[in-house]
Ligand binder design. Structure first.
Ligand code: RIB
Length: 295
């Protein structure tokens, strides 16, 4: 059966180091722990969709190496269709992730095979398309064009943050940003729900009918034709914020694909991301649908 959600994006192997604090320039510190874990914003979002019960296909590239095989196998074991995850010459993408005592991360990515991803019309069919900025932007635009023309809902996560090309904006239906991304794209300060709502409304004028700003412990702001709404966060002890945004997006899209209202989908995203931040790692931390029902 065809996927209802297609993710066109990156796969990285995350090399995660837990530290008490980030080292200063020239300083050597002992880490508190190390984890090798499948990641990549695209693959994380695909896993988040799949663990919420959606039919999802990943379109991406890995290198012909052990990391590439491990990343494809990890997606497949989550039920993600990997027929369009291609092995190409060279290294699989990697991310060096440093997580401090507050659970905040600092990530450096080396794209490797992700830089070779191409948008092919035959791999791009479904009801939703999820896009990020860890693969070539020209191909992101092409993928959006293909699936917008089919009437799919195009969901853009402008991460890592960059200015989006003019031709992409009219193809985006839903844009999901953290506060740094929203501030950069709107050219406005974003740090609380009130100014996030101003930024979201400004960004809607560029094309997307729905703009969402995730604010961590301050919750989520949603702006659409029904106005701006603020959804409070669920307060928990944060262990690692890695993949929290990806988990929010995947769970929100899976809920929309299953017919939930936008508000209900945002609440599902918040529930899933809340569980994600209480666990270490990227894909290792993404919850399953049955976990969301727990008190
Ligand atoms: O969003 C988190 C992800 O960003 C990590 O898994 C890392 O691979 C980078 O892509």
């Amino acid at each position: 059966m065809a996927a209802s959600i297609v993710v066109f994006g990156s796969l990285n192997m995350d090399l995660m180091v837990r530290v008490a604090r980030a080292p200063r320039a020239g300083e050597t510190l002992y880490g508190l722990g190390f984890l090798t874990n499948p990641g990549g914003k695209g693959a994380n979002q695909a896993v988040a969709c799949a663990r919420q019960g959606a039919r999802v296909a990943m379109v991406g590239c890995v290198g012909e190496d052990g990391f590439g095989e491990a990343l494809s196998n990890a997606l497949a074991s989550d039920g993600v269709d990997v027929a369009d995850v291609r092995s190409v010459e060279g290294s699989t993408g990697v991310a060096v992730v440093m997580v401090d005592a507050q659970g905040e991360n600092r990530i450096t990515i080396v794209p490797g095979a992700n830089a070779l991803l191409k948008a092919r019309a035959e791999a791009l069919a479904g009801q939703f398309l999820l896009l990020q900025c860890e693969v070539p932007m020209a191909e992101v635009v092409l993928a959006a064009r293909f699936m917008h023309a089919q009437g799919a809902t195009v969901v853009m996560n402008p991460a890592p943050v960059c200015q989006l090309p003019d031709e992409l904006w009219p193809l985006i239906d839903i844009i999901v940003m953290n506060e740094i991304e929203a501030a950069e794209l709107a050219g406005l300060p974003v740090g609380d729900p009130a100014n996030a709502a101003v930024a979201a409304s400004a960004i809607r004028k560029r094309g997307p009918s729905t703009a969402i700003v995730t604010l961590g412990s301050q919750g989520v702001v949603l702006a659409d034709d029904d106005g701006c709404r603020h959804f409070p966060a669920i307060q928990v002890q944060v262990v690692d914020t890695t993949a929290a945004g990806d988990t929010f997006i995947g769970a929100m899209c899976a809920a929309r694909a299953a017919g939930a209202s936008m508000d209900a989908a945002v609440m599902r995203g918040i529930q899933a991301a809340t569980i994600c931040v209480t666990r270490p790692g990227a894909q290792a931390s993404i919850p399953y649908l049955h976990e969301l029902a727990r008190p």
